[in-house]
Design a protein around this ligand. Structure first.
Ligand code: PRP
Length: 226
């Protein structure tokens, strides 16, 4: 049995064509069903639905053989697991180039970010991405007070909780609707395939087959976009 950990939403929708290229079709629709273990057209492949932030944990500890997770989540969990080199026991063979977005700094419209960033000044930054934000502002030599939030970060600058937020931006519509301006792009984000290293040894042939099919599909799609 090969178990693949996925999260609902953008990643799930974007991974379906890649799974199909590996001959795998998910038989249940996660938006219609409350099932957390989804069958596929292959009796020896199943999909687990987990929270995005839990995907590295499931794969690291072998609850799933492989998973798909955003680089943002990998960087944050790598840090909370105490390693900058990534999460121990996780093999990261492929950038799937799906669920593409960016992590940026945003402030209230009209806020003087350049002045606030001047050496010596102090800013309060609200974010779910504490490790990424800490590294970014440290690299600029700017002292920031970080406030950890778990969602709706856009509210922080609007309510005076923080001067700035560090958050995912895709279309930019959420920032716009909340009168916020993207002032700095920290990094581009996409989803990556992660594989449990022990599973890769024990189930090498079926896992390699999936990795190779994904790699070909990603390459073909990139070439068609050029
Ligand atoms: C992210 C992010 C923003 C939104 C940006 O949230 O936190 O709220 O997407 O997208 P946009 O630029 O296209 O408007 P997501 O939907 O991933 O859910 P989350 O709030 O649970 O992180």
């Amino acid at each position: 049995m090969i178990t693949i950990a996925l999260s609902k939403g953008r990643i799930f929708d974007d991974i379906l064509p890649l799974l199909k290229s590996a001959g795998i079709e998910v038989l249940d629709d996660p938006e219609q069903s409350r099932k957390l273990i989804l069958d596929t057209n292959q009796s020896d492949v199943r999909v687990l639905l987990v929270r995005a932030t839990d995907v590295p944990t499931y794969v690291q500890y072998g609850g799933a053989d492989m998973g798909v997770v955003g680089k943002d989540t990998l960087l944050e969990s790598g840090n909370s697991f105490g390693s900058n080199a990534g999460v121990a026991g996780l093999y990261q063979p492929l950038d799937l180039q799906i669920a593409k977005c960016r992590i940026s700094v945003a402030v209230r419209d009209g806020f003087d970010y350049a002045a606030a960033m001047k050496q010596g000044s102090r800013m309060t930054v609200a974010t779910k991405y504490v490790a990424i934000a800490r590294d970014f502002f440290a690299s600029k030599g700017v002292h920031v007070d970080l406030i950890k939030l778990y969602g709706s970060m856009e509210l922080a600058p609007l309510t005076g909780l923080a001067d700035a937020i560090v958050d995912l931006v895709s279309t930019g519509n959420t920032l716009k609707a909340n009168h916020l301006t993207e002032v700095e792009r920290i990094m581009d984000i996409s989803s990556h395939l992660v594989v449990n290293q022990t599973a890769l040894k024990l189930k090498q042939a079926p896992i390699r087959k999936i990795i190779d099919a994904f790699a070909v599909a990603v390459k073909n799609r990139t070439e068609n976009q050029d």
